[in-house]
Design a protein around this ligand. Structure first.
Ligand SMILES: *Cc1c(COP(=O)(O)O)cnc(C)c1O
Length: 370
């Protein structure tokens, strides 16, 4: 019986991560800003960022300043950009820890400047333009005025300008090109005023792969770096591999009599005398509480039956007669000749791979392999 440290764990392939980073950089000919928000898409913030720093990344992107501060505490030296909102009260933390903030609101910028004024160093800021996403960003019509406001505040160092695409994973739609044209128009207006910050960027994974003209000075890659494609219409360069596997073990096997109810609410009853297994994975780990989930045992697909519980769920093992206590079970990843991808799970759950991997609970240990 094989039982090691954990009942359930994530296996994170740092070798594949580094490989994906290099492939993306070479395939696009553009420096990559790895995006490591949300615990590096579930993979583990520190380990992932350290690996990418060693691989040569100069910039890293996060969503919140808390994530940036964790990285500084972990000894990360590379440039960090907070892509989302930062409360003005955190501006001094940002300056003291050399963290770049995103700005897009004229009022908030004033509050930032007041906070920064008490320190002798300027705050590094990057202006976000809303070229059509309809979320964060200064509207295009007000962009130039805002850029001048930011540039003229001596409490700031105007470091970069960027935008974000709404539909870059659907390259057949015209929206990305329209957003790009608006962004380029602002860049031209800036240029005619003699303004050129160090960094111009716009592309997430999908735009970096589908729209070469969106690459500018760097590409902000999350999902593709983790070996997953943002959409069926977005083709990953060859050699990119998934970096996350989700594993557990058989923690119980019983022969159950016919007509026996299984798990909360008895959503499943055995039809015959059946071999029923239990694995240590539930909705408390990120498994969805819905019917139709599958796992791999001995390289074969096995259905989860009955309701998924918080810490466990139940398997029908009749067609794997040699499955034994402690055998490895794969929820996401490869086993034998088969593979359950995050994309497949996402389809079953009626969502996107992003949500599947970000949903991997903090309580699961991450085992790092190379
Ligand atoms: C999350 C995020 C990214 C990364 O997106 P992917 O699709 O995972 O590559 C890039 N830019 C911004 C502003 C983001 O919020």
């Amino acid at each position: 019986m094989e039982l090691d440290n954990f009942a359930t764990w994530l296996e994170i392939d740092l070798g594949a991560l580094e490989n994906n980073y290099r492939i993306l950089r070479e395939a696009t000919g553009t420096p990559v800003m790895p995006v490591v928000k949300a615990n590096a898409y579930g993979h583990g913030l520190e380990e992932v960022t350290k690996t990418l720093e060693k691989a040569g990344a100069q910039w890293v992107g996060v969503a919140r300043i808390e994530e940036a501060l964790l990285l500084r505490k972990a000894g990360i030296h590379m440039n960090i950009l907070v892509l989302g909102f930062t409360p003005p009260q955190r501006v001094q933390d940002a300056i003291l820890n050399r963290i770049s903030l995103t700005v897009y609101d004229p009022t908030v910028v004033q509050a930032y400047a007041r906070q920064a004024a008490s320190l002798n160093q300027p705050l590094d800021v990057q202006v976000k333009i809303d070229t059509g996403m309809g979320r964060l960003g200064i509207p295009v019509e007000k962009a130039l005025e805002f850029i001048f406001q930011v540039k003229d505040l001596h409490e700031f160092h105007f470091q970069g300008i960027f935008t974000h695409f709404a539909c870059a994973d659907e390259p057949e739609k015209p929206y990305t090109i329209q957003q790009l044209e608006k962004f380029n128009r602002i860049l031209e207006q800036m240029q005619s005023q003699g303004i050129r910050p160090e960094l111009i960027h716009s592309a997430n994974s999908a735009a970096a792969l589908n729209f070469p003209s969106a690459r500018f000075d760097l590409i902000r890659c999350g999902l593709a770096l983790y070996g997953l494609s943002p959409s069926d219409a977005t083709h990953l360069p060859t050699g990119i591999k998934p970096t996350l596997s989700w594993k557990t073990r058989l923690i119980s096997i019983k022969q159950m009599p016919s007509g026996h109810g299984i798990s909360y609410g008895f959503k499943y009853f055995t039809k015959n005398s059946e071999r029923i297994g239990v694995i240590a994975a539930g909705y408390g780990d990120g498994l969805r509480r819905q019917m139709g989930n599958e796992v791999l045992i001995h390289g074969k697909r096995v259905p989860i039956v009955g309701n998924v519980c918080m810490d466990q769920c139940v398997l029908q093992l009749d067609h794997i007669p040699d499955a034994g206590m402690g055998d490895e079970v794969v929820l996401i990843g490869k086993q034998g000749g088969d593979e359950i991808t995050a994309a497949e799970v996402a389809k079953k759950w009626n969502t996107i791979s992003y949500e599947v991997i970000c949903g991997m609970a903090a309580r699961m240990p991450r085992e790092y392999i190379h």
